[in-house]
Design a protein around this ligand. Structure first.
Ligand code: 16G
Length: 245
């Protein structure tokens, strides 16, 4: 990090150049996961820029998830996120997907029980007026990294006792002979807000993917309506496209 490299080159705000220089140091491996960043004052002195410039550059990198601030101890290079490549053509469960990658899953329950359905749930699941809905809200974690928040709704007809679901929802449905065979999924861009962002361990405003899945039994009955928020920095959804004949 030399004062000359910041003053020369393409014109533009100093903090942007400083941010780029720091970003390059991280992506090229000059700075590694866990390394502490020099104190703001030292960085400013070293690069011949103001502390405000340093703060702005560092703020941006914290927002992008490349650096993390720890209260009282300083700023550090964040753990790099390796993205999960998720196929969009197979109907799999989170537990199966992660097991295939050799990752161990854990769920933190946010909500689990039988409820009177909301109008939305009644419509989506085709419930009778006196029907009940099993709600399963989970923070989904793989190898200690939180990846998604999922809120699944299932008719009590298919899941009379939601407390029975320990690890996998699809495994529990399979036991009752009602594992879905087809699903329609909608993925949209979303800027995460707290408390969801905090639960997923990312700053508020980070990119997320809002995913809705409606899945069906062979008979055509809807079995699941799930709304999820996936971390945008942790997922790539991949679809194979073929030329239609
Ligand atoms: C996936 C599904 C979710 C389903 C869950 C079952 C997406 C976006 N969502 O995460 O709809 O409920 O798998 O997983 O793919 P489980 O059997 O491990 O509980």
């Amino acid at each position: 990090l030399s004062p000359e490299s910041l003053q020369s080159g393409v014109p533009g705000p100093l903090y942007v150049k400083l941010r780029q220089t720091l970003e390059e140091a991280i992506t090229s491996g000059k700075l590694n996961y866990g390394d502490a960043l020099p104190a703001e004052r030292d960085l400013a002195d070293h690069a011949h820029v103001s502390r405000v410039t340093v703060r702005k550059a560092v703020d941006d990198l914290v927002k992008d998830g490349l650096l993390v601030r720890r209260h009282g101890s300083g700023t550090f290079v964040a753990k790099p996120v390796s993205k999960v490549q998720q196929s969009l053509s197979r109907l799999t469960s989170f537990t199966e997907d992660m097991a295939r990658r050799g990752l161990t899953t854990r769920a933190e329950w946010l909500d689990r029980g039988l409820f009177h359905p909301s109008p939305d749930e009644m419509m989506m699941l085709g419930l009778p007026p006196d029907g009940l809905v099993a709600r399963l809200g989970r923070l989904r974690v793989a190898d200690d990294m939180p990846l998604a928040i999922e809120r699944a709704c299932i008719s009590s007809e298919f899941l009379p006792d939601p407390m029975q679901v320990q690890g996998s929802l699809y495994a529990a449905l399979e036991k009752h002979g009602c594992r879905p065979v087809r699903a329609v999924q909608r993925i949209s861009a979303y800027n995460m807000k707290d408390p969801d962002a905090a639960m997923l361990g990312v700053p508020a405003g980070s990119a997320g993917l809002s995913i809705e899945r409606v899945s069906y039994l062979r008979t055509g009955r809807v079995v699941e309506f799930t709304r999820s928020i996936y971390r945008g920095d942790a997922y790539d959804f991949v679809a194979e496209l073929t030329l239609s004949e």
